[in-house]
Ligand binder design. Structure first.
Ligand SMILES: [Zn+2]
Length: 392
């Protein structure tokens, strides 16, 4: 079958800046065997219609990775693509929760899985019956991935989408990530800031808006889609954010002699969807005492001044993946996301900005990496375009 394959036999973090160039590890292959179904009940074969390019995929293409996380991404070969809308052999259209946890690997449940938190399973490094090294689909070529013509998944990972358009269905995974992040904040206050209006940031805003119709939401960063997604306003990232929020809400600007201004009477929650030193620093300067910083997406090694975390008793909440949500009565995040995506008033139609055939994967990756400079939000690949002569 045809797929984009990442050769990870050299650990990414060992590559030097000189050898680290976009696409170095990736190649389009026509000679790959279709992934085998694991020898355990419940595994099915999928044929992707549309697959998203995630920031973590762009990081693979640029050979970026974290030394510590390399323990949990041990696969030597990867077919990227964990944001997938696909058709089963039985002809059903589905989206896929990529997490492969104890139940799929044939292990007795670890503590996380037993507690109903499979998205932080303690056996991501142990392949088990699934034969999958890593946290799930799209991270080990053994199961295939969304950037190939076929992949395999367990039926418990699938959510049926019926006739939902592929442009909306392909957002089910990032919408689940975003909802899972938004649910980490138990509402204490009326003001939120979301930094980074890319796919995840926009979907965080849309989730916050659905969960809290009267919440005041400020988007920080480039782009023009935040208002449609549910933000009350968009501010450019930069030194003026603190002053602007103070003017809007009557907060007080405190000016340390040796640091950027900070907001007294600040906001209740900041969701950082970028994870750079500058955005972490801004987030900490915006939060009121006892506020919460929610981190979404890949973080990596950062230099940041964390002093405000203890001096203002802030909570820093990391989030990853999605799964059964205690605050939704145990309902899977993706089931809620699919329900929202099936509602035409859920404002995400503008998010898929680009669709490329698999053969054009290099252009797709460079478009995704350029982000706002290419007017790109969600860039997608169509892995089976060759087999769909009628597909538009
Ligand atoms: Zn587990």
């Amino acid at each position: 079958m045809r797929a984009v394959l990442a050769d990870l036999s050299v650990p990414r973090y060992l590559l030097t800046a000189a050898t680290r160039r976009p696409g170095l590890l990736l190649s389009l292959r026509d000679d790959l065997p279709a992934p085998a179904l694991p020898r355990a009940p419940g595994w099915v074969r999928l044929h992707p219609e549309l697959s998203g390019i995630c920031g973590s995929d762009v990081a693979v293409a640029h050979a970026k990775s974290s030394p510590v996380l390399s323990a949990f991404y041990p696969a030597r070969r990867q077919i990227p693509g964990h944001e997938v809308v696909a058709v089963t052999d039985a002809g059903e259209r589905v989206v896929v929760d990529p997490v492969v946890s104890c139940v799929h690997r044939g292990f007795p449940p670890c503590r996380s899985c037993r507690d109903g938190l499979p998205y932080v399973c303690e056996r991501f490094d142990q392949p088990g019956a699934a034969g999958c090294h890593g946290p799930g689909i799209g991270f080990d070529a053994a199961l295939g991935g969304g950037w190939g013509e076929q992949l395999v998944a367990h039926e418990t990972q699938l959510h049926r989408v019926g006739a939902l358009s592929a442009h909306r269905a392909v957002l089910a995974e990032p919408a689940s990530i975003a909802l899972h992040a938004a649910l980490q904040w138990r509402r204490r206050g009326d003001r939120a800031v979301v930094i980074g209006p890319g796919t995840i940031g926009l979907l965080v805003m849309a989730a916050l808006r659905r969960l809290h119709p009267d919440l005041d939401i400020t988007a920080v960063g480039p782009g023009s889609l935040a208002a449609a997604a549910g933000a009350d306003r968009t501010l450019p990232a930069g030194p003026r954010v603190v002053e602007t929020l103070a003017e809007l809400h009557g907060g007080r600007v405190v000016r340390p002699r040796l640091s950027r201004p900070l907001l007294e009477q600040g906001v209740d929650v900041v969701v950082d969807c970028v994870g750079r030193p500058s955005t972490l620093d801004l987030a900490l300067h915006l939060l009121r005492p006892t506020g919460m910083l929610v981190l979404v997406g890949a973080a990596g090694r950062q230099r940041a001044d964390w002093s405000l975390v203890w001096s203002r008793q802030l909570t820093v909440q990391g989030t990853v993946n999605s799964g059964p949500e205690p605050s939704l009565g145990g309902r899977p995040t993706m089931a809620q996301a699919v329900e929202w995506l099936s509602d035409p008033s859920y404002p995400v139609d503008a998010l898929v900005t680009h669709v490329f055939d698999l053969a054009d994967w290099r252009a797709a990756l460079s478009t995704a990496a350029a982000g706002p400079r290419a007017s790109a939000v969600k860039v997608t690949l169509r892995p089976n375009a060759r087999r769909e002569p009628g597909a538009g």
